[in-house]
Ligand binder design. Sequence first.
Ligand code: MV4
Length: 450
Amino acid sequence: MLHKVLVANRGEIAVRIIRACRELGIRSVAVYSEADRDAMHTRLADEAICIGPAPSPQSYLNIPAIMSAAEISDTDAIHPGFGFLAENADFAEIVMASGITWIGPTPASMRTMGDKVKAKQAMKEAGVPLVPGSDGAVRSVDEARIVAREAGYPVIVKASAGGGGRGMKVVHSESGISSAFNMCQTEAAAAFGDDTVFIEKFLELPRHIEVQVLGDKHGNIVHLFERECSLQRNNQKILEEAPSPFVDEETRQKICAAGVAAAKAVDYVGAGTIEFLMNPDKSFYFIEMNTRIQVEHPVTEWITGVDLIEWQLRVAAGEALAFTQQDIKRKGHAIECRINAEHPFKFTPCPGTIELYHAPGGRSVRVDSAIYTGYTIPPHYDSMIGKIITHARDRQKCIRRMQRAIDELAILGVTTNQELHRRLLANPAFQQGEFNIHFLENWLRQLNRH
Ligand code: MV4
């Protein structure tokens, strides 16, 4: 097994990884910026090394500083968490070239999935359903016009190097195709240094459903069912759950098999997520794969009993999965509410000092956070300061449990989105499971009008 893991991240995910290491008897090394001297991950790790000033390009994205910290601490593996360097294949390669174990997939898997045109080609060959549209890159306005007419409007023009909602343009009729194509190409070149774009039919009322997969270095790959991630705003998820209230057993079997096929197509190692869009008729299509652990992994951990961070560490060390697909059973329902230090309805960030923090507890309530009374949230990073996760036998009980957990939560000194969660959990459409990726934004527009 691994002896010492450097955690190249901060916040609640760094704490989550440090805790997993401690339970496995692995020493942990935190790296921190000058703004994170008093951060929980800095305090909780066995060792902590300052890697630079507050701005992330000079600290959490500073590869030479992180590699120096790995060297002086005699680290034998690096866990990137999510965000920052987690999906940077060059970083993974540098780590491995230094004789350090990379806790994640191969750089080749990361590169294929990071390039959406390449990813879609691999998925096509693997028989994973794709959104109708261009077969690969679209190179000219004339080609764009032909492809869009064939797919039927509305269409969406996407940057191949984009993802997570960056570099996309929706086009409603042929009059808009040339400017959308040109803008998307120009913006992609500027933002990603790659002007490759492709076109898909724009799905108007889809849900965002994703499949968790886990692979080892011996060719074994399993899925851990799906998560419902439609409740988002500006491509930031607010509340996630597992299983999806919309997915029936037959559809579940199909979408999870598609997730495994997608992972197998790139010989996937570690924890990964295949994102799909699902239409109201339950047809579903691959959109992208995230080659990292995700924020919402706890809901999957709770319905399956599998510790995903533990298995990231084990498979990185070369262990084979100790279970097969048939061993993984789904039990009950789990919901996660992301707690952000921001205005609950305007979404402006609210950094500052937490004067009082009281976490909810009790039966089947989990809190993953990196805050404490007296902690000052720095303004330099993400506004997500923690997550509350609840589990129960069924969705209704799980919602009730989350309502009582949100009511117990007390954070004074900074404004959080606690009130947004209270309102959302009480919403009849949410309670009925009747929503798609546009629901939250439409509902907020209504709320803000009154
Ligand atoms: C789409 C789509 C509709 N049709 N593709 C946004 C994030 C990136 N992962 C892909 N995205 C979308 N791709 C087609 N063909 C709508 C979105 C989309 C979206 C997807 C998932 C979750 C939230 C979203 C919010 C806006 C748009």
